[in-house]
Each structure stands twice: as structure tokens, then as C-alpha cells.
Design a protein around this ligand. Structure first.
Ligand code: SAH
Length: 357
């Protein structure tokens, strides 16, 4: 695949700002991540090179998530027609591991749907999951609302666009992206926004405090909660982010080659993400009608799901790779690695209790 020259996307974003005025951080994120010619996800496979995710660390992650779905399918009367949807499947590793574990329940035969915007990653998913009948979609939409829904999303919500508001003496100003002679920088919008749109726990922020919010994440979580409440199923969302109430710090970050980078310097060259506000996702799921469990630290969730036992079994069956298997499992649950920075959140129909919470 030919990659456009560095700076081409900067030039186009600067031209857009010259034409329409400052853009929100959400719009900047959408362009930097998804622009068809220069967007980060649209043009590359970042996994491994720029960051490493749980399914790429250990096969047990996807296996346990697969068993989680099977258990909830079983608990809800084993519906014949149902869907298994993954949001942002990366290389398809999590789905491949989940499907292998799901062989314990041969009558669980969901329609498989992958929601993926990147053509590069879609091609990798297609190769990795060649033996399965899969539908790809760009978005989670109403076509997925007519059957029980089993949904998995790992490190997906952190990539959804956020807007940032900064508290000054005058009130809350949105932080925008502006362009000066072709270079991008941040600037606060001169007007303030009504405090009525702030959640109650944010109103008393100190000066300089930052409020980050993702309309896209809230709307999607509400829709998923709605489908699960109406049709049955379950959703498991794993991501890094605030377990309890979010703070007033900014968490938007650019990462490339496993290092932090400048957010505006080279749009499309680095991954952009922000901490997931789990309290807001949980609230959105409840508004959709689902019962919500968590957020629970990933380490505690995976341990309750039997990670240590599975690691022991695998190590015994494959003694040559025992060290690697155990190290992978440890990395997922260790509090100083991914065990507490990552959180798990579940949506289920009212009256259903998910395992692991
Ligand atoms: N879940 C995978 C990959 C995480 S990276 C893993 O754990 O390894 C984020 C994934 O979400 C990528 O597949 C990316 O292309 C996809 N993605 C990001 N934003 C998206 C959007 N708005 N719509 C659809 N897919 C998106």
C-alpha cells in the first residue's frame, strides 16, 4: 500500500480549518484516525509495532471472553438465532481465540459480525478467520437490533472521538484545534458553555481542570444496552480508563512505537486515544435499559473467570512454552501491568448475572 507523504494530512486539516474555522478535538481525532488517505487506522496495522493489546499477549484472554459469552447464552435459554459482534477486532486474534473456546458448546452458532472501519485490518481479519462465515460492518447499526446480541469490545471505546472542555475563571471553554500558517495548535474557544451540560460531579472543578466527554461512546453504549435489554444477550467492554469517577486531568494521548508523541505534530502517524469514562458508559447502558455490572479491574475479572487454572492446564499440555504462557497470563492480571489500569464493564438483561463480576 502506498502511504501519502508526511504532512499531507496536516495540510488538508489546515485547509479545512481555514475554510470552516477551528475544529473540535473530536473532529480532529476522526480525521487523524480514519481519513481514507492518511488516517492512522485506515492505512496501517498498528498492533505490535505501536502498541500491544491483551489478545496479542495471551490466547487465554480471548478464550475466557468466549466462555463468558457461552455461559450467558446458556443462562438465557440458549437462543437459536443470535449474533456475536466484536467492535474493533484488530487482527482478529481475540475472535479466533473466542471461537476456539466456544467449541465447548457446538449448538452455539451465532451469526458473526465484525465492526471494523480499517480496510487494512479487515484484510488481516479475513485471513485470520478464513474458515468462518463473517459479516463486516463499518458501524454498529439498527440491523444488529433484531436478535439477542453477544458483544465484545477490547480497546475500542478508547479510540472514539472525545471533546475537551477547560475550566477558566470565566467558565468552561471548549478546546479546539486551530491552524497558523499551516501548523496546528490548540486554542480555547472564546465563549463558555452552559454548566448545565456538565455532570453533577464535574461542576466544582478547579481552574485549569479538564472535562473530557465522548458523545459517540455514550450513544453507542446506550444503543447496545437497548438491544440487550430488548432482545437478550450480553456485552463485555474492556478498556483502560477510570474505574470510578473520572478526574479533571486530560487523558488524550498520542502513541507511536510504544512511546508518547505530540498529539498535533503528525496527524495520522500516531494512535490517538483517551481514557474511557466507565461511569459515563455504565450510565448510558442503564439508560438503554440494561443491567450493568462493573467496572471491575481486568485482573480481578480474569482471575474470577479462571485465568490461573487455564494457564496451569495449558502449561501442562505445552511444557516447552510454559514460561511464556505463565508470563502472558501474569501480564494481563498484574496490578502494575494491565491488571488494574484496564477495567471490564458488562451489560446484561435485567435479572441476569454475568460471571466474573
Ligand atoms: N480489539 C483489538 C484491536 C484494538 S485497536 C485488540 O484488542 O487487539 C482498535 C480497533 O478498533 C482497530 O481494529 C481499529 O481499526 C478499530 N476502530 C477504531 N475506531 C473505529 C471506529 N470508529 N469504527 C470502527 N472500527 C474502529
Amino acid at each position: 500500500m502506498s502511504v501519502p507523504p508526511a504532512g499531507a494530512l496536516t495540510t488538508r486539516i489546515a485547509a479545512l480549518i481555514a475554510a470552516q474555522g477551528p475544529i473540535s478535538i473530536a473532529q480532529y481525532m476522526t480525521l487523524a484516525l480514519h481519513d481514507a488517505q492518511g488516517g492512522y487506522y485506515a492505512t496501517r496495522d498498528p498492533l505490535g509495532a505501536d502498541f500491544t493489546t491483551a489478545p496479542e499477549i495471551s490466547q487465554m484472554f480471548g478464550e475466557l471472553l468466549g466462555l463468558w459469552c457461552v455461559q450467558l447464552w446458556h443462562d438465557q435459554g440458549r437462543p437459536k438465532h443470535c449474533r456475536l459482534v466484536e467492535l474493533g477486532p484488530g487482527r482478529g486474534t481475540l475472535m479466533a481465540d473466542a471461537l476456539r473456546a466456544m467449541r465447548v458448546a457446538p449448538s452455539f452458532k451465532p451469526q458473526l459480525v465484525l465492526v471494523e472501519s480499517s480496510p487494512v485490518l479487515r484484510a488481516i481479519q479475513q485471513r485470520h478467520l478464513a474458515e468462518f462465515d463473517i459479516i463486516w460492518k463499518n458501524h454498529f447499526d439498527e440491523q444488529l437490533a433484531d436478535a439477542p446480541l453477544f458483544l465484545l469490545a477490547n480497546e475500542f471505546f478508547d479510540a472514539l472521538p472525545i471533546r475537551q472542555y477547560v475550566k477558566t475563571q470565566k467558565g468552561w471553554h471548549e478546546r479546539m484545534v486551530v491552524a497558523n500558517e499551516g501548523a496546528l495548535s490548540f486554542a480555547l474557544a472564546p465563549g463558555t458553555m452552559p454548566t448545565a451540560i456538565l455532570p453533577a460531579n464535574r461542576v466544582g472543578a478547579p481552574e485549569g481542570g479538564v472535562y473530557e466527554t465522548s458523545a459517540a461512546a455514550g450513544a453507542l453504549a446506550r444503543e447496545i444496552g437497548h438491544v440487550i435489554a430488548a432482545q437478550g444477550g450480553a456485552a463485555l467492554l474492556l478498556d483502560y480508563g477510570y474505574g470510578d469517577a473520572a478526574g479533571f486531568g486530560e487523558t488524550l494521548q498520542a502513541v507511536g512505537a510504544n512511546n508518547f508523541a505530540d498529539i498535533l505534530a503528525q496527524p495520522g502517524a500516531h494512535d490517538l486515544s483517551a481514557h474511557v469514562d466507565f461511569a459515563a458508559l455504565a450510565e448510558a447502558g442503564r439508560q438503554g435499559g440494561a443491567a450493568v455490572f462493573g467496572p471491575r479491574p481486568q485482573g480481578a475479572f480474569l482471575s474470577s473467570m479462571g485465568l490461573a487454572e487455564r494457564a496451569g492446564q495449558l502449561a501442562k499440555a505445552h511444557p516447552a512454552s510454559a514460561g511464556e504462557l505463565i508470563a502472558g497470563a501474569r501480564r494481563l492480571i498484574d496490578p502494575v501491568q494491565m491488571g488494574t489500569l484496564f477495567q471490564a464493564l458488562a451489560f446484561v438483561p435485567p435479572g441476569v448475572t454475568p460471571p466474573g463480576f
